[in-house]
Design a protein around this ligand. Structure first.
Ligand SMILES: [Fe+2]
Length: 294
């Protein structure tokens, strides 16, 4: 364990909730730590292992993604493989549901809008031609330009399924309050008019709130600053093949440096469903700006 990670010995996706460890795990996660489960492996069958090849990803897309509640799948290049890929991602989604019941029961009824992805390209592949804004090897917090979330939390569960034992290398950065204090003075002012226009013409799926504006600006200023990338407080972490990790990616600065083959599950969580909503980026930013941001 260090200041950035909480390491847990869980080795099954489904196990009885341990109420005595809930509080420190939940409170660490909500303060931006990464829950690291080095022994929680997502086992693949021989047929599933055969799907681990970048050639099945649509060349126009970075990943294959599934909305488990509707069955909508995107990004499979070979239609003959679609059903098998769907079953694999769906099985992962169900495992993350088990994990939430075991490890984070506080959230089990409030997490919503699940989206899962199967990431088959090496990190080096998708950073090769990326602009700095899309380069996820730079430290950043997650904020989506077209999908304003009005303060809702982005919870992500990752598992490294690399079949030849390659780790996924990340950098993990400072706690959100110090990050926000550092970048807030550098952020461009919010324009409600511009937000209204972007929503009317469909650039954003709904109205970009002041909160969403600040989060996007922070995402961009972090990635843009070569100085912050090198001198900002951070640690390097290797997530081995066969391990799983969880964080609030809207809060925890992170950068994916290398690795290949991963499953990822995203959930949204209302701020008031947190055990301690004061740790949310929304409340931290509201406190610092002394403004209502949504
Ligand atoms: Fe990210």
């Amino acid at each position: 364990m260090n200041n950035y990670l909480i390491e847990l010995g869980l080795n099954q996706w489904s196990s009885p909730p341990k109420t005595d460890s809930d509080i420190s795990v939940l409170s660490g996660l909500e303060q931006g730590k990464v829950l690291f489960l080095p022994q929680l492996k997502f086992e693949l069958s021989p047929n599933e292992l055969a799907l681990l090849t970048p050639s099945i990803v649509d060349p126009k897309r970075k990943n294959i993604s599934l909305k488990p509640l509707t069955g909508d799948i995107n990004g499979v290049a070979e239609s003959s493989k679609t059903e098998e890929v769907k079953q694999l991602i769906e099985r992962f989604y169900q495992s993350t549901q088990d994990l939430i019941r075991s490890l984070l029961p506080h959230y089990q009824n409030t997490l919503h809008s699940p989206t899962a992805s199967l990431r088959l390209h090496p990190v080096s592949q998708w950073t090769k031609n990326a602009s700095w804004r899309k380069d996820d090897t730079r430290l950043h917090v997650d904020a989506f330009p077209s999908r304003p979330n009005h303060g809702e939390r982005i919870l992500r569960i990752f598992t490294n399924i690399n079949p030849v034992g390659e780790s996924r290398q990340w950098r993990v950065g400072e706690p959100f309050p110090s990050l926000a204090k550092r970048f807030l003075p550098t952020l461009a002012p919010y324009s409600p008019f511009k937000a209204k226009v972007m929503s009317m013409v469909g650039i954003t799926k709904r109205y970009r709130s002041h909160y969403d504006h600040l989060m996007l600006q922070m995402h961009d200023r972090m990635k843009e600053s070569a100085d912050y990338q090198t001198t900002g407080e951070q640690v390097s972490v290797a997530f081995p093949s066969g391990s799983t990790w969880i964080c609030f990616s809207d809060q925890t600065p992170h950068a994916a440096m290398s690795g290949q083959y991963m499953l990822e599950q995203t959930y949204l969580l209302p701020v008031n469903a947190m055990a301690n909503p004061q740790h949310s980026p929304l409340n931290v930013l509201q406190q610092l700006t002394q403004k209502t941001l949504i």
